[in-house]
Design a protein around this ligand. Structure first.
Ligand SMILES: [Mn+2]
Length: 462
């Protein structure tokens, strides 16, 4: 047994003594799968469990949850706010988190990748940590499949594949017969979208000539001789193609994109390890792990994380229907956000580039939009990207992303955002390559100036 599983076992021994448990988790795909894993494991050993997913965990939220039960598990959040928890919680609690540990903070009932030299931003997610705990508690390896969904939802893929401890979890999921993994074209929608629309709606990456150009996509498929309907006229998805047609498609796509300025490295980035869930219907958005994660994110980011938890725990009835409609709403919001940035452009400071979407998009999708703009090639990779939108009457949500190259060059967005937010009376947390903050309205310019200065310093510019 590895060191992290040993600590998980100790925490599991503690939790086994509790009568009822409240799971408090984050509201994104990683937090939703964390909650589903924990609730499932706790129920299978006979515990009385309730769960709640929150957008953030500050004093107000802790006040709201602290009387919900007699013992608590915080998952995919909690370590960044450990001082608040220690001050305000009366009941016993454990923390299963992977976000940056604030300097000088220790807590004995914490399971966290950094305690074991594991990178919590790409090698192990909140759902992964929750799974390690749940496995120690219940022995259930089938829950690894949800941890794979959580890791992908947390954008932990490196060169389009899971790495580090996430691969050990993937192995559990495969051995439990819940997931199979293979290398293929890794465009979004390969399972649930009609083949032509996989190209028309591809924003990660934008495919020059094809994205947003439906007639060009049909011309391309016809010229390449790739079928997109079967003999009965039913429209096909990418996964329906034969191995030979898939190969032919990639060859033709390569030639098409090379002639439009792509290099071979860029082409390789279209390939990746894809993960399918064996229990799901072959054309369900839950079949493909990337699509599953997007569906859960859609639930969380549009105010219904509990719907996502029910779906992740197996509901395929009314909660699943609601999740599908949230997914449509989510895609619409993302499209609006990307259009807004394309129309209005990014503002350049010395070491950051930013956009402020005001109330055009919900604050909860600003980080996803920033990530899409980054990977679409619209933004420069030389600076971190910062997105902003109004969260409520008083606050602005800020979300920042940096490439791994910038992180290697010294950028630490978690620290930079924290430093800049604290100066203007805001709060922040996250990882080196991706961090979020909440600041008072009206403080944006001051915040951006300070953030720009801190990032410049991290890059060693003077
Ligand atoms: Mn997470």
């Amino acid at each position: 047994m590895d060191a992290i599983s040993l600590l998980a076992k100790k925490l599991a021994d503690l939790v086994r003594k509790w009568d009822d448990v409240v799971v408090v988790s984050h509201y994104d795909a990683d937090g939703i799968t964390s909650a589903a894993i924990l609730v499932s494991a706790l129920r299978s050993i006979g515990k009385d469990v309730r769960f709640i997913n929150v957008k953030q965990l500050y004093s107000d939220q802790v006040e709201e949850v602290k009387d919900m039960g007699s013992a608590f598990i915080f998952s995919d959040l909690g370590i960044g706010q450990i001082s608040i928890l220690l001050d305000q919680m009366r009941a016993p609690f454990i923390v299963l988190d992977h976000h940056e540990i604030p300097p000088g903070r220790e807590y004995p009932y914490l399971l966290h990748p950094h305690l074991f030299g594991i990178d919590g931003s790409r090698e192990l997610s909140g759902a992964g940590i929750s799974y390690i705990f749940a496995r120690a508690l219940s022995g259930r390896k089938d829950l690894a499949a949800l941890a794979v969904v959580g890791a992908v939802g947390d954008v932990q893929l490196v060169d389009n594949a899971l790495v580090g401890y996430n691969r050990k979890i993937l192995k559990d999921a495969i051995e439990a017969g819940k997931v199979f993994a293979y290398r293929d074209l890794a465009l979004y929608g390969r399972v649930s979208r009609p083949l032509p629309y996989m190209f028309v709606y591809s924003t990660n990456p934008v495919l020059p000539g094809l994205t947003a150009n439906e007639s060009a996509v049909y011309d391309f498929l016809d010229a390449a001789g790739i079928p997109y309907r079967d003999d009965t006229g039913r429209i096909l998805s990418y996964v329906d193609l034969s191995a030979e047609d898939k190969r032919k498609l990639f060859t033709e796509l390569s030639m098409y994109l090379l002639s439009r300025g792509w290099d071979s490295q860029r082409l390789q980035s279209l390939l990746g390890e894809v993960y399918e869930l064996t229990d799901e219907d072959p054309h369900s958005p839950l079949r493909d792990v990337r699509e599953y994660a997007t569906l859960l994110n859609a639930c969380g980011r549009h105010g219904k994380p509990e719907v996502g938890v029910r779906v992740a725990m197996g509901d395929r009835g009314k909660y699943y229907d609601e999740a599908l409609s949230l997914l449509r709403h989510h895609r619409e919001a993302l499209r609006k956000g990307v259009d807004y940035v394309v129309d209005n452009g990014l503002v350049q400071l010395d070491s950051i580039q930013y956009f402020h979407a005001h109330d055009v998009i919900p604050a909860s999708v600003v980080g996803i939009v920033a990530g899409m703009i980054y990977s679409s090639g619209i933004a420069s990779f030389k600076k971190p990207i910062v997105g902003m939108a109004y969260e409520d009457e008083e606050h602005v949500k800020v979300s920042a992303r940096a490439t791994s190259r910038l992180v290697s060059a010294g950028v630490d967005l978690s620290r930079a955002m924290r430093a800049a937010a604290e100066q203007v009376g805001g709060e922040a947390g996250g990882h080196k390559p991706a961090a979020g903050a909440r600041i008072p309205r009206g403080a944006e310019d001051e915040f951006l100036r300070r953030l720009d200065r801190v990032v410049s310093a991290q890059l060693g510019a003077t």
